[in-house]
Design a protein around this ligand. Structure first.
Ligand code: IMP
Length: 430
């Protein structure tokens, strides 16, 4: 059976929610492998709207196993609230349908506080984070002082872990002028939430390997986008996890040979939330138009997204770093009615031409896009369900995107409705 990884191939917000939902209906297991509740997926099923941040998209579908892998950072209080919310919409969530890796790091309240305090300093350090404590929690994981799900099960271990974390954090907080954390109060809070989390704790790597051997279909649900990857993104304006497809293996405990198909989600134009380089950003009426037509406001923070032309150079790069087998192209209809469309095919920097985004921050900031122009289309593509429904110029645009990024279109999404999809290649096909 095929196992599929879904990754965002730009800066996030490519429209993963609908595609992941479409695929999760066909999967047996849906696993998150990185990020945390900085993500925001909106699912619309039979008219009911579900807003998910930390939970895998599979939870809303009966008979599926949803997994939070060790590559995720988990805020236990947020999770309990999110489960309560989703349950109030009539969805059943039990230890049979949701499992959390025992080695998942926990986001604690001081992580969020630290994240927000750093951002509020408004200095050169500002990243434009979601303020959810994602970065500080990953820092603690790598610093070997994070508290993990399994630590909640034993009082003595928990106390040791809290002490270890606070040696670092209370010194840091003193420097930032924040009150020290009271260890006893934190331990009491953690002990109170522990049973709620521990009921879902499992050796996820083992469960997944068993499911794989049993021939079940596994869908790895990525969050954010490859250009926010800690290694391959526009550093330091990135999130703190590996977002690219290789992380599906390390973030769950399945070997990379378990991955049969990598689906890159690609929006027909480009958006970005937060600070950082964005070569094709449009600060004019065209940018406003993309934002308005595309409803480009963040699901998690409500922030207005920056908008720009499609950057084929960047997507070619992310298709390679994630080993993308095929893309799902979304929101083509947002381009309806533009007389001329531009696609970035490379950059110019100091008189030289680049066919990739150079790594150095100052180079990234000064790259000028080289554009290719294409004739737009006046007809509506919204709701198209076959190639025959698309205007000739829209097909030309899609074909040119494929050529430039070096990757075929596997799916084309033409509205938020799940049926409004043109399927070219089924990622789950054996
Ligand atoms: P953090 O993940 O909260 O640390 O934020 C780091 C950067 O990633 C910021 O630019 C955020 O706007 C961006 N980011 C984090 N999560 C998402 C997402 O789900 N969609 C788009 N951007 C995101």
């Amino acid at each position: 059976m095929a196992n599929v990884v879904v990754v965002g191939a730009q800066w996030g917000d490519e429209g993963k929610g609908k595609i992941v939902d479409w695929l999760s209906e066909r999967a047996d297991v849906i696993a998150r492998f990185q990020g945390g509740h900085n993500a925001g997926h909106t699912l619309v099923i039979d008219g009911e709207v579900y807003k998910l941040h930390a939970l895998p998209s599979g939870v809303v579908r009966a008979g599926k196993l949803s997994i939070i892998g060790n590559g995720v950072v988990l805020d236990p209080w947020h999770l309990v609230g999110e489960i309560a919310n989703i349950r109030s919409q009539g969805v059943s969530i039990t230890p049979e349908t949701l499992m959390i890796a025992e080695n998942t790091p926990l986001i604690l309240p001081f992580h969020g506080e630290l994240d927000r305090a750093r951002e509020a300093q408004n200095s050169v350090a500002k990243i434009g984070t979601t303020g959810r404590g994602i970065g500080p929690c990953y820092e603690d994981k790598v610093g070997r002082r994070v508290i993990r799900v399994a630590d909640l099960a034993d009082d003595a271990t928990l106390r040791l872990r809290v002490d270890r974390a606070l040696v670092h954090h209370n010194a840091l907080r003193a420097g930032l002028g924040l009150e020290p954390i009271d260890a006893e109060a934190l331990i009491a809070d953690l002990k109170a939430i522990a049973p709620e989390i521990l009921q879902y704790a499992a050796p996820v790597w083992k469960v997944l390997n068993e499911h794989r051997r049993a021939g079940k279909r596994i869908l790895f649900e990525g969050a954010q986008g490859a250009l926010l990857d800690i290694d391959f993104g526009t550093y330091p304006y990135v999130t703190s996890s590996n977002v690219i497809a290789g992380q599906a293996a390390t973030g769950t405990g399945l070997g990379p040979d378990a991955i049969d198909f990598v689906l890159g989600i690609v929006k027909a134009y480009t958006t970005r939330v937060g600070e950082g380089p964005f070569p094709t950003e449009l600060l004019d009426d065209d940018g406003e138009r993309l934002g308005t037509r595309g409803h480009e406001f963040g699901t998690t923070t409500g922030r207005k997204r920056r908008c720009g032309w499609f950057d084929a150079c960047l997507v070619r790069q992310t298709c390679q770093t994630s080993g993308v087998s095929g893309i799902a192209l979304t929101k083509l209809d947002v381009l309806d009615g533009f007389e001329t469309l531009k696609i970035c095919v490379g950059y110019e920097l100091n008189g030289e031409r680049y066919d990739y985004l150079p790594t150095a921050a100052d180079q990234q900031a000064h790259c000028t896009p080289i554009y290719e122009e294409m004739e737009g289309w006046s007809e509506s593509t919204e709701g198209a369900r076959s190639w025959a429904d698309l205007p000739a110029n829209a097909i030309k645009y899609v074909r040119r995107v494929e050529e430039l990024i070096g990757c075929p279109v596997a799916m084309l999404s033409t509205s938020p409705e799940r049926e409004d999809t043109i399927l070219v290649t089924d990622p789950f096909a054996d």
